[in-house]
Design a protein around this ligand. Structure first.
Ligand SMILES: Cc1cc2nc3c(=O)[nH]c(=O)nc-3n(C[C@H](O)[C@H](O)[C@H](O)COP(=O)(O)OP(=O)(O)OC[C@H]3O[C@@H](n4cnc5c(N)ncnc54)[C@H](O)[C@@H]3O)c2cc1C
Length: 289
């Protein structure tokens, strides 16, 4: 099918190039829409022709299949415009990098996003996942969000988003987050110091030099996934090229040319052992494509 220029189509792209885990087979068509209208057109065209559709931001919380994806993938990882500041509020395109935004807000004399610096995805991915770190989460600062849902493009109040631990109603396929408005505060003089401390903590604790999708599992009520995995003797355990990070047991990493099958087998193994030894069920945080 000949696709409009505004869809920004590329063909036969390896999903391993689009995801931070660096795994995944070929995607038939990857679309880089150049406007919000183009995103809406892609969704309606895919629906009309019954083409399977997936959505990626920066692919930092996704495990992609070795078989690839036989449909269209929207890659919404580039901002369509600059952020707009009004007092202590900022409205941004959801294709913007969360880390770039967090740094920019601090430079502008604002605070509340500093702990989110270092989350490697987009603002859209962060809203979809209700991302959080070091005591801060998107839910605390998101005011309203512009979403595309059932063919309608509208701004909705964050209260209607059912934001919970690593989940929201603004997540694909329920919705596509287009723009987000955040209510921040004036910097009390501590924002840059906090930002640098959070970034430093990440470098110290997380295996940032090896491909991963961050924490593989959600934090189980009353526990830390990494601590449970370590307690079960699984730190450093490998299947194929996939490994439980020797630096942080909460991260499964692609240590040596892992496939999705290796990572999936390791996820299942960790879940089984942790359940047997501690009785706790670990639920994956990473999404599948
Ligand atoms: C080294 C590392 C550290 C990390 N640290 C953290 C952390 O501290 N805290 C944390 O919460 N996460 C963390 N993550 C996970 C990940 O970065 C976040 O979940 C991030 O918010 C995902 O954004 P993304 O753009 O990469 O989304 P993707 O991984 O591309 O997508 C994730 C999900 O969101 C959906 N989605 C993406 N964009 C949109 C949109 N615009 N509208 C609707 N749905 C959308 C996708 O369809 C998919 O289901 C980390 C990951 C890595 C690799």
């Amino acid at each position: 099918m000949e696709l409009p220029k505004s869809f920004g189509a590329e063909r036969n792209i390896a999903l391993s190039d689009l995801t931070s885990f660096r795994v995944g087979g070929p995607a038939c068509v990857v679309l880089h829409p150049r406007s919000y209208d183009a995103i809406a057109d892609i969704v309606s065209t895919a629906r009309r022709y019954s083409v399977p559709l997936a959505l990626l931001g920066k692919g930092t919380n996704v495990l992609a299949s070795d078989r690839g994806y036989d449909g269209w993938i929207i890659r919404f990882d580039t901002p369509l415009h600059d952020p707009v500041y009004r007092g202590t509020n900022v409205t941004v395109c959801c294709g913007m990098s969360m880390t770039v935004l967090a740094r920019e807000t601090v430079r502008k004399g604002l605070m509340s996003m500093e702990c989110l610096c270092g989350i490697p995805g987009t603002v859209g991915g962060a809203c979809a996942m209700n991302a959080g770190a070091y005591g801060s989460e998107i839910k605390q600062i998101l005011k309203r969000i512009r979403i595309l849902k059932d063919g309608t493009d509208e701004w909705v109040d964050v209260k209607d988003g059912d934001l919970g631990y690593r989940k929201s109603a603004f997540s694909f396929p329920d919705a596509i987050a287009l723009e987000a408005e955040f209510a921040l505060k004036e910097d009390d003089g501590t924002a840059m110091e906090t930002l640098l401390r959070c970034v430093e903590k990440r470098k110290e604790k997380q295996p940032l030099d090896v491909p991963s999708a961050g924490s593989t599992f959600k934090r189980p009520e009353g526990h830390y996934a990494g601590a449970l995995i370590e307690q079960c003797g699984l730190k450093g355990f490998s299947i194929g090229g996939a490994q439980v990070s020797p630096k942080h047991a909460g991260f499964i990493v692609n240590a040596n040319g892992a496939t999705e099958a290796d990572i999936s087998a390791l996820i299942e193994h960790v879940q089984r052992v942790v359940k047997e030894q501690t009785g706790v069920t670990l639920e994956p945080e990473v999404k599948r494509i």
